[in-house]
Design a protein. Structure first.
Length: 104
């Protein structure tokens, strides 16, 4: 089923970020095709990031960054208390502006 939870990851901020199979397919087929078959990297970016920043546009949105193999991965999640959901995930060449709320 496309609405079943595909994965749920506990972050260092003690928030459980989830996504459904249907939404993951939307990310990898429509938004960021380069992220296809990179679920494990996204899970690792959420669970063991190098840095977490708060969005400068929405205080409930957090950007999780992880450097791996000379690439920077970003997983963007909306927090709703101790729960959250994945907005998107992508590769980037730089970390975006925003308040640093956690570093390893």
């Amino acid at each position: 089923m496309k609405n079943e939870i595909y994965f749920e990851i506990k972050t260092p901020l003690d928030v459980r970020v989830r996504t459904t199979k249907g939404y993951w397919n939307y990310i990898v087929n429509i938004k960021h095709k380069v992220m296809e078959r990179k679920e494990e990297i996204v899970k690792n970016t959420l669970s063991q990031p190098d840095e977490i920043r708060r969005s400068k546009f929405d205080e409930d949105v957090f950007l999780y960054y992880k450097k791996k193999d000379d690439r920077i991965y970003c997983a963007v999640a909306k927090h709703e208390g101790k729960k959250g959901f994945l907005i998107t995930a992508y590769m980037t060449d730089r970390v975006k502006e925003g308040e640093v709320v956690w570093t390893k």
